[in-house]
Design a protein around this ligand. Structure first.
Ligand code: ASP
Length: 339
């Protein structure tokens, strides 16, 4: 009896370890690629049993489209910032994701969008928070970085700034989808019954990190935030150092998950700092921040990132994360934890 129990325990422990090592953190195997691109479309309770094959396919197809657009730019020798913008714009325009069209709804049934961008060669950055009429908030974040003396603009002023820049402005109804109207309804019912809100109320944030042939790293993130948010709540997505960070000497990071925790842990900068000051590899730093620090605090979500050698990581502690990467000779997309 004893040996049987011992062996079973051993087998179980090994299985769990294998899961920790191979399933949550993932990385590419290509060394020093000419360029690299990694994207996410949000993390959360994403379970195979809850998804139809058709939905799965639609997510893979959308992620692939975003990767292809970004990769083409990098392949042709274009800049990392253009690849990040192209990939994020495709996901903002795609109602499947919680960014741009299809963003989650506030308590009032409106959408308030957040986005940020950072360029790793000069540590320049731009962000917008709580915007309501900008079709592609990532473009507004880039506009703040390139065409204003500021890093972050919020609310009506940010909408006004984007209009003056000549960006596409849309009626706030443009962003609304039936799917998000229904999830707001469910979230309010849960709130009324004092039930715990599930992570499904927000997953779908999008982000991209690119390394171009010149060695420049750029990271960007865009989101509608959390369903049922109130009082002009702003999450981590537009906060430089929380969801987005890039430094050519270390890495680029884009995060998704329960924003309040990502702000408190300064997740993206935390990973960069462990590499810069502690000599950690990107994989080690990302695993520490997500699997130890975030998990320890009770938060959930994940990051995608790449280092200056084009090494890619995708680390999360949630059930799944829509994600993918593209290298000169490899392109892959994933949804669930165990793939
Ligand atoms: N981080 C986003 C926020 O808290 C939501 C998400 O990524 O799921 O606003």
């Amino acid at each position: 009896m004893r040996p049987f129990l011992f062996n079973s325990l051993l087998a179980f422990t090994c299985l769990m370890c294998m899961q920790c090592q191979t399933k949550y953190p993932m990385s590419s195997n290509t060394e020093n690629p000419e360029y690299a691109l990694v994207i996410h479309g949000g993390a959360g309770t994403i379970l195979k049993e809850n998804m139809t094959e058709d939905m799965e396919q639609r997510y893979h197809e959308a992620l692939t489209r975003a990767l292809s657009a970004g990769r083409q730019i990098l392949e042709e020798g274009g800049m990392a910032i253009d690849a990040v913008e192209a990939a994020i714009v495709i996901m903002e325009d795609e109602p499947l994701f919680n960014a741009g069209k299809g963003a989650v709804l506030t308590y009032d049934g409106t959408t308030e969008l957040d986005a940020s961008i950072m360029t790793g060669h000069n540590l320049d950055a731009g962000a917008v928070g709580g915007v309501k009429t900008i079709k592609n908030p990532i473009k507004a974040a880039i506009g703040v970085m390139n065409s204003s003396p500021h890093v972050m603009l919020v609310g009506n002023g940010a909408d006004q700034f984007a209009k003056e820049l000549g960006l596409d402005i849309v009626d706030p109804d443009y962003f609304l989808t039936e799917r998000r109207i229904q999830s707001l309804k469910r979230s309010k019912e849960k709130e009324a019954n004092n039930e715990k809100q599930d992570a499904a109320t927000r997953h779908g944030t999008v982000g991209a990190v690119a390394l171009d042939k010149e060695g420049n790293i750029v990271a960007g993130t865009s989101t509608g935030g959390m369903t049922n948010k109130r009082y002009n709540r702003i999450g981590d997505a537009p906060i430089i150092g929380a969801a987005t960070y890039a430094d050519n000497n270390t890495c680029g990071i884009s995060a998704t998950g329960h924003g309040e925790y990502f702000i408190r842990l300064a997740v993206a900068h935390n990973i960069h700092a462990q590499m810069k000051y502690g000599g950690a590899s990107l994989q080690e730093a990302a695993e520490d921040v997500i699997l130890n620090q975030l998990e320890g605090l009770g938060g959930d979500g994940g990051i995608v990132g790449l280092d200056k050698n084009g090494r890619i990581v995708m680390v999360f502690n949630s059930e799944g994360m829509y994600r993918g990467f593209a290298l000169p000779d490899e392109k892959k997309t994933f949804i669930f934890k165990d793939e």
